[in-house]
Design a protein around this ligand. Sequence first.
Ligand SMILES: O=C(O)Cc1cc(O)ccc1O
Ligand SMILES: [Fe+2]
Length: 473
Amino acid sequence: MAIENINSLMEELKVNGDVGNAKRDASFEELDYQRGFCNHFSTEVLKGALPVGQNSPLKCPYGLYAEQISGTAFTVPRNHNQRSWLYRVKPSVTHEPFHPREPTNERLVSDFSSTSAASVTPTQLRWKPPHVPEAETNFIDGLYTICGSGSPFLRHGYSVHMYTANTSMEGCAFANADGDLLIVPQLGRLWIKTEMGRIQVKPGEIVVVQLGIRFAVELPDGPSRGYVVEVFSGHFQLPDLGLIGANGLADPRDFLTPKAWFEEKNWGIGGFTVIHKFGGALFDAKQDFSPFNVVAWHGNYAPYKYNLKNFCPYNTVLFDHSDPCINTVLTVPSERPGVAVVDFVVFPPRWSVAEHTFRPPYFHRNCMSEFMGLIYGVYEGKADGFLPGGASLHNCMSPHGVDTVTYERTICEDPKPSKIPDHALAFMFESSLIPRVTPWALSSPQLDPDYYKCWIGLRSHFDRAKKPEAVES
Ligand SMILES: O=C(O)Cc1cc(O)ccc1O
Ligand SMILES: [Fe+2]
């Protein structure tokens, strides 16, 4: 079947209810997805575009090229092996040489070695929400690194970025050869074209785009802001549920992966740029076609989104505060059992019912490092100062806990069942690795120099003459 006939065929054969279309159109808003976590999906825009019974036929249907993308080493055990087969109009390799991107994004880094510009501090850090720039800034140029540890060269570690942007990516796509990106939008929706199809996310949802997958971010709402964790060590998994049982927390069927979609726009010689992050550096490669030219694909290596409203929390129903790991949505484990390179943890709306218990987060020091963000509302542990779009970092063993206002209020409160409100959503990227912090994060005007003061007011309530109140048993 000749390629030039594809357009007319597309009209006839709407296999997924989607038609390849270079224009941004209403159908982007009514996207249909495939459900399941890391399932072996099959999807085709044109009926019969997926070869049957084999992956690399001598001649693929419709004259397409077959191309594999491997997200794990070929020899990884089957239950962790991830790869997809893409059937595309032109293969990814059809581009001019890679050149260092100019100008590059100097605030997007992956080097956290002792010789890097990033430095370690035990100081508890908190940032106010960043302003979205006035100047045209797309998602890639708007990314800036806050902190991180390890190295993509060693395939171990992670980095935390934030983004502020106002312009859609036009005539370019991005691929990250360093790690998977888990994106948490906080302001503005993201309409994301990927090689596997289109995904639309809004604040309250997250999206994961894995190593190597090309994507472009459109900003239908203009000014946009959010958080990103990049993981060098492997892919996100659902946590084991252990004694919770077979259900609860994030349900695999609530993870949504795109259906195949493609566009055929000719961008002219060198008119389209693939921006490729590799070893922490950005490279550009020019080509004349859109990389979103995959007519069909199958496999289990594909981006997905998840609505945090679907998270089914399990928590204490009698006394004491549960450790935050009970709210783990996704995890990237290290080789040490139970120790994560990154856990993505959410603090969802839920009922607080614990008796004779200090219900908000306890005071603590943690061998893990905790980066937190707030998507909307007020976080249960901080009465003020931790704002939507803001962030905090409590590094390994740096003490922290609720602020003075929250403490004093809580110990006076009558502990009736109460609801942590629906309109509050905080999250944490928790890591066993010690992050270094970038110079621009440390010198940012958003850095709150008075953060420590939220605990300075914690006064002694100690009274050795006061008899302990009996706890009913
Ligand atoms: O520090 C934080 O606010 C995050 C957190 C929440 C919680 O409920 C228990 C421990 C913890 O680190
Ligand atoms: Fe904490």
